[in-house]
Design a protein around this ligand. Structure first.
Ligand code: GLA
Length: 756
């Protein structure tokens, strides 16, 4: 049983395979949080609660002996006005202007399966693998009820949380801050890992100590953003990839969010995560309810790798809904870096024809096919095919590409509009901007008011028309600017604070309609690369373009940071041209190909310009990828050598099939050194008593994991060493791919020396 309840003690215990989460209703009716950590028996842990004096902090009026200050008690859902002087999870302004919501326990319910939300995406249960606990709290003075939902995925060590706030009174209240989760940890010294970045440099790993200052991070970009990802980790000081306690938190949401982490006055820790409260407010009318987006958390007592595996499994099996999540994903060729805006139907067909030879399955026509768009100054919003530019109808082009044996995909940026467009001329009031002021532009474009039903309907009709006019099997859904002007002509002045959330609700509504109507279409998310890489989008789109930066060496960090929460099957990753278009770096083909294989592999270059030798090489990589795709998508991912560790001249990772019969190890040299040090890489996740064959050598899993794999650096140069293995009855397959560092292509061809 995942949910254990002791009614007499009002004790609630959520048990997963390896973790325990416990809450209890205390003396004054407050719901205290007792424990989240390594699994322990169902016993009452309330002896842990602080029962000393309140030391000049406020305590409940009913308290006879001045104990029970909410500043000191670990709480499940701290709220404003109750004497909790830390970061609260819920802040409201009542009709009389008071800022208080005093929530006391009312009751509970255990529900079979996993709860879902009505307007927001959430994790779902699969083969009865989840149970729900609902705890209801109420403020009896203001008549506001709050339901706390817990979805317990016992086997996955994952717990989801959501909050529903209902106004049962006769007066409207203003929600000022709504968090999806708050977690109080009574003891422990923690570090925080978060993933920050910018365009072309997303999800950098940063580990900092928790301090008595509140560490606040989040996004005010209107999207989850490249600046910060909603996923973050709290971990013991000595926790590593393989050992120690760690907690992961993430949000199923794609808009503004906020997370806080702090040490309390008595060294207790608190984290919160939920909607961003900057400029946010929500008028909750009598009888209305408000859903706070779902948060998801997991605990591992055996290090960060296990924590990642917990998230990867749950995201693949319980969040992504597309039929593409199970089964082969097409290798795509995208024309963006090949042509930018400068293409014709003929040119696209040539690229597709050449790409067929290197094994691509799907041709994607990127930006520039609609309206009169020939650069990024016009036509966003005018989703009508530019037949003049293509030299044919969309259907004719798609038919020709289908005749090659390839599928066809298309780019949209639905949420945007250019001033120079028919849509803007017809509906200037559909744009988000402040009255009497000129709009801010970003990439020359403005944002449509997605909270408006008319906008959603227009986009649904336009996208459907395009999809219905030809055999389109893939959509790249882009979003290329932050949202800055939170003002909708449809909302009254007092409701403008609702817009940032209403925008996201409108987006989800549209995505829900389209993905339901086109269940066979593969959707890939994108936002100037990876600026909206989050669980909300993954609920609709099983893969997201990880970054506009396609340089394989920069991608080592971007993909490494992304992989802590998000599985390989969600990360769009392509082989592009060398020198790289973003940073001019030259990298060998095998480096680009092997790095792209740690994602949904594809190409983003002009295949017609590749030499026959390069095309042959590319075909071999595509074939290899198709052989290993299932394993990389379904297997377990291990970090071996971090790109964020400056002492290393190589980066390495490993994917192991769930049954441990196969593994793929990738090592990328990032520098060459004279008189190189010895390098041994310890593999992970293998069966210790099994034999693995690498090239012509046979090793025991034990040896590879404990003594390691020897990497010999030859003098002068690096060359990729690949070991393609035949599976033998008693052996397991293990593929090791070693990639040359940048700037070494020509030397390698001359000298051909190897690592082994
Ligand atoms: C964004 C995307 C790119 C490409 C361009 C097209 O930058 O991230 O992949 O689609 O838009 O304008």
């Amino acid at each position: 049983m995942a949910i254990l309840i002791n009614d007499d003690k009002k004790l609630f215990t959520l048990q997963t395979r390896n973790s325990t989460y416990q809450m209890k209703v205390g003396e004054f009716g407050y719901l205290y949080h007792l424990y989240y950590g390594k699994r322990i028996d169902h016993q009452d842990l309330s002896y842990l609660l602080y029962d000393g004096p309140s030391h000049f902090t406020p305590y409940p009026y009913e308290s006879k002996n001045r104990v029970g200050s909410l500043t000191l008690m670990p709480q499940e859902f701290p709220t404003v006005g109750t004497g909790d002087l830390g970061s609260v999870a819920l802040d409201v302004e009542n009709a009389d202007g008071t800022r208080i919501i005093d929530l006391k326990y009312k009751g509970y319910e255990v529900l079979a399966g996993k709860y879902s939300l009505t307007e927001l995406p959430s994790f779902y249960s699969h083969n009865n693998d989840a149970q729900t606990l609902k705890i209801t709290l109420v403020d009896v003075i203001s008549d506001i009820e709050v339901e706390l939902y817990y979805g317990v995925f016992e086997d996955k060590d994952v717990i989801t949380r959501a909050v529903v706030i209902s106004n049962l009174s006769e007066n409207a209240i203003q929600l000022k801050k709504t968090q999806s989760l708050s977690l109080d940890l009574i003891s422990g010294q923690y570090d925080l890992i978060h993933f920050h970045g910018r365009w072309a440099d997303e999800r950098n790993f940063e580990r900092v100590s928790l301090t008595h200052n509140v560490t606040t991070f989040g996004s005010d970009y209107g999207i989850s953003s490249a600046k910060e990802n909603p996923g973050f980790i709290l971990l013991n000081k000595d926790t590593t990839e393989e050992t120690g306690d760690c907690y992961g938190f993430n949000l199923v949401y794609s808009g503004n969010f906020q997370a806080t982490a702090e040490l309390g006055t008595l060294e207790q820790s608190r984290v919160t995560l939920g909607l961003g409260d900057n400029e946010f407010s929500w008028q909750l009318d009598p009888g209305a309810m408000f859903e706070v987006p779902e948060a998801v958390m997991s605990f591992s007592s055996t290090g960060l790798t296990q924590l990642s595996h917990n998230f990867h499994d749950a995201i693949r099996e319980n969040l992504c809904r597309s039929k593409y999540i199970n089964g082969p994903r097409p290798v795509l060729i995208n024309n963006w870096e090949a042509t930018y805006f400068d293409f014709t139907g003929k040119k696209l067909l040539e690229i597709a024809t050449a790409a067929k030879d290197i094994g691509a399955d799907l041709f994607v026509m990127d930006d520039g096919w609609f309206g009169k768009r020939s650069d990024d100054n016009s036509s966003l919003g005018d989703w009508f095919v530019n037949e003049q530019k293509l030299g044919c109808s969309l259907n004719e082009l798609v038919t020709k590409i289908n005749a090659l044996g390839m599928e066809f995909g298309i780019w949209f940026e639905p949420e945007m509009v250019n001033e120079d467009s028919e849509l803007y001329n017809a509906h200037p009031d559909w744009v988000l901007n402040f009255p009497h002021r000129r709009p801010l532009l970003s990439r020359g474009q403005m944002v449509l008011d997605m909270s408006k039903e008319a906008v959603q309907n227009y986009l649904f009709d336009r996208i459907s028309d395009v999809l219905d006019s030809a055999n389109v099997s893939y959509i790249k859904w882009d979003m290329n600017r932050p949202i800055t002007e939170w003002y909708s002509k449809d909302l009254t002045d007092s409701r403008q604070g609702e817009l940032q959330h209403r925008y996201v609700l409108g987006l989800y509504k549209l995505l829900g309609r389209l993905t339901r109507r086109y269940p066979d279409v593969l959707f890939e998310g994108c936002s100037s690369g990876g600026a909206r890489f989050d669980l909300g989008m993954l609920a609709y789109e099983p893969q997201i373009w990880t970054s506009d930066n396609t340089d394989a060496i920069n991608r080592l960090k971007i993909q490494y940071g992304t992989s802590f929460f998000y599985p390989i099957s969600t990360m769009g990753s392509h082989v592009s041209a060398s020198p790289n278009h973003q940073n001019g770096r030259v990298t060998p083909f095998e480096t680009r190909a092997n790095v792209a294989m740690a994602g949904t592999f594809g190409y983003e270059l002009d295949v017609t310009k590749m030499s026959d030798a390069d095309k042959k090489q590319a075909k071999a990589y595509t074939d290899f990828y198709k052989r290993v795709q299932e394993m990389t998508f379904e297997g377990d991912y291990y970090h071996l050598v971090s790109p964020f560790d400056r002492d290393n001249d190589a980066v390495a990772w490993q994917i192991v099939a769930k049954d441990q019969s196969k593994s793929l190890v990738t090592i990328v040299a990032t520098d060459v050194v004279g008189n190189p040090p010895f390098v041994y890489i310890k593999l992970r996740g293998l069966k210790s008593n099994a034999k693995y064959k690498i090239k012509d050598n046979i090793y025991s899993g034990d040896a590879l994991m404990n003594a390691g794999l020897k990497l010999m650096q030859p003098k002068g140069n690096y060359l990729q060493n690949k070991f393609i293995l035949k599976k033998l009855p008693i052996l397991n397959e293990l593929e090791v791919r070693f990639c040359r560092p940048p700037q070494q292509e020509n030397l390698a061809e001359t000298h051909g020396s190897t690592w082994s």
